[in-house]
Design a protein around this ligand. Sequence first.
Ligand SMILES: Cc1ncc(COP(=O)(O)O)c(C=O)c1O
Length: 454
Amino acid sequence: MDDTKIFLPESEIPQAWYNINPDLPAPLAPPLNPGTGQPLGPEDLAPLFPMELIMQEVSMEPWIEIPDDIMRIYKLWRPTPLHRAFALEEELGTPARIYYKNESVSPAGSHKPNTAVAQAYYNKQEGVSRIATETGAGQWGSALSLACSLFDIECLVYMVRISYEQKPYRRLLMQTWGAECIPSPSDRTNAGRAILAEDPDSPGSLGIAISEAVEDAATHDDTKYSLGSVLNHVLLHQTINGLELKKQLAIAGEKPDMLIGCVGGGSNFAGFCFPFVKDKLDGQDIDIIATEPTACPTLTRAPYRYDFGDTAELTPLLKMHTLGHTFVPPPIHAGGLRYHGDAPLVSLLVAQKVIEPRAFHQNEVFEAAITWARSEGHVPAPETAHAVKGAIDEALKCKETGEEKCIVIAYSGHGHFDMGAYEAYLTGELEDYELPQEQIDEAMKSVPEVSGPA
Ligand SMILES: Cc1ncc(COP(=O)(O)O)c(C=O)c1O
């Protein structure tokens, strides 16, 4: 087949999300109550999430049907195209066949609306009128703002202060969709005020912004909290992408040898590869590669431990690869990859060696992004560029060995609001960071000593 884009008709959009939980090679460690060290019950999460999402979080059903009202909105941009990267193949002179599944075509410019729309829908169903959330680089905040506007829900976004200042257009996008966006740390919450008292110029972090949004939801009766990654139900909603990809690869007559995506909290990567993890566990030979920054090397260097999801210790304890919840990553430009932890589901599969992690420096990542932009044309988000870098490396290995591998990239978003990062790269001002082991050891001191239920 020599098509450059492989489309699916709308009638072929998968009708259900895939839940990997029953197919895991080992049981997932449950979230724990930090006070008691005991597994959480659904009622513990009820102040923060609508019950339907809590049930999805713990579900052992392999398939969860997608409601019609969500499907109607998905059709604004889904199915997303699968592209063959012919121009990049030619530029690299590789015998590999490179494909990318393009989630940048959503209204917000990334995969994030796949779960934002689902979360807004279930909140609306349960009568919630206001949702609070955090955002790092602004992709998640804009996706949730979009979804809330479509379901007529008020949306408040705590945006990490440094991004708020560096990325005014992401903030304006949120405001265009009717959301309120404020810099975090803020004076609206105890968590924010405590940080500001210590450091009035704090640049903020994702961990701090999560604390603020969780506190906001827990202290307002009309408000729930929404998270854009990490949790099982978020990864579940993203599987619509990998399920579409399976159908598109079948049309192209391909079986993937290698799937490559970037991991911040793990949602785009999981949604893209989980439907293939079962094939791998059933014996199919597929390399599944997760890429991340060396400046925030959670999957490649961090221990697999129970830890808090936020800085102020308001969340349950999750078992994950964590650099410690007090860890503040260096200010790299892939803001969506600056999180101290990872999804428990992705963490488990890395610990089980089903998924192989790799870390890259930001200069080599931007070099790959430029090669991509000057051949394929699309300008990737800095996060997405980590996946592109991983794929280019593999395609160049194929050039040496002559292997004609089928490599598929999770193209999670475009970089149109990240031109400041591109400017820093193009003017030679980007710094690479290799995290010293002592810094990891220091942050790990904040991680509680909990082993979880036997
Ligand atoms: C374009 C893009 N890709 C990837 C990520 C990383 O998040 P996740 O690992 O949840 O997909 C983000 C997060 O903001 C993003 O905006």
